[in-house]
Design a protein around this ligand. Structure first.
Ligand code: IMP
Ligand code: MG
Length: 172
């Protein structure tokens, strides 16, 4: 039977998101922010983060497939659902659940850069620095975590556990 070991509590997540929102708003000044969530893992993070961002904020979503239901990244990234709105001239903030090998993010960054945003930055709730296989730029990181498979707060294993309000290591 798989078991869960809490890694980051709900309170720790909320406190960290408060800090991130303040820092991001400070860096952008009065500029509008166009937050783009990578479905589906980023939904809880995007909702909590944008709710705490002062000033003008719009949101959109993109869905890519790269992981399947297995615990290993395939490195192949495909757009499953594209953005609803043009990002040309906008301050795009990509909102990601976790940066693992970095391949998904690099692909999305390249793709979005071609669409001529005014600026392009990334905020990731979690990052596993030890798992990186490609150089990846991430401007804002919630928590750096060890190279373990985690679930909760949007992250799944075969679509389970996304709704946990905390982040846990999944032991099998
Ligand atoms: P990357 O391309 O290897 O950086 O993979 C990023 C994507 O893999 C994330 O957006 C997640 O959907 C998924 N992923 C990576 N690590 C984990 C994990 O520990 N738990 C759940 N999903 C993960
Ligand atoms: Mg994801």
């Amino acid at each position: 039977m798989p078991s869960l070991e809490t890694l980051i509590t709900e309170n720790e997540i909320i406190d960290r998101i408060d800090d991130l929102a303040r820092q991001i708003r400070q860096d952008y000044g009065d500029e509008p922010i166009h937050a783009i969530g990578i479905l589906k893992g980023s939904t809880y993070f995007l909702a909590d983060l944008t709710r705490r961002l002062q000033g003008e904020v719009s949101i959109d979503f993109v869905q890519v497939s790269s992981y399947g239901s297995e615990k290993m990244s395939s490195g192949i990234v495909q757009i499953v659902k594209d953005l609803d709105h043009s990002i040309e001239g906008k301050n795009v903030l990509i909102v990601e659940d976790i940066v693992d090998t970095g391949q998904t993010l690099n692909h999305i960054r390249e793709l979005f850069q071609l669409r001529k945003p005014k600026s392009l930055r990334v905020v990731a709730m979690l990052s596993k620095p030890e798992a990186r296989r490609v150089d990846t730029q991430v401007e804002y990181v919630g928590f750096e975590i060890p190279n373990r498979f985690v679930v909760g707060y949007g992250l799944d294993h075969a679509e389970r556990y996304r709704n946990l309000p905390y982040v846990a290591i999944l032991h099998d």
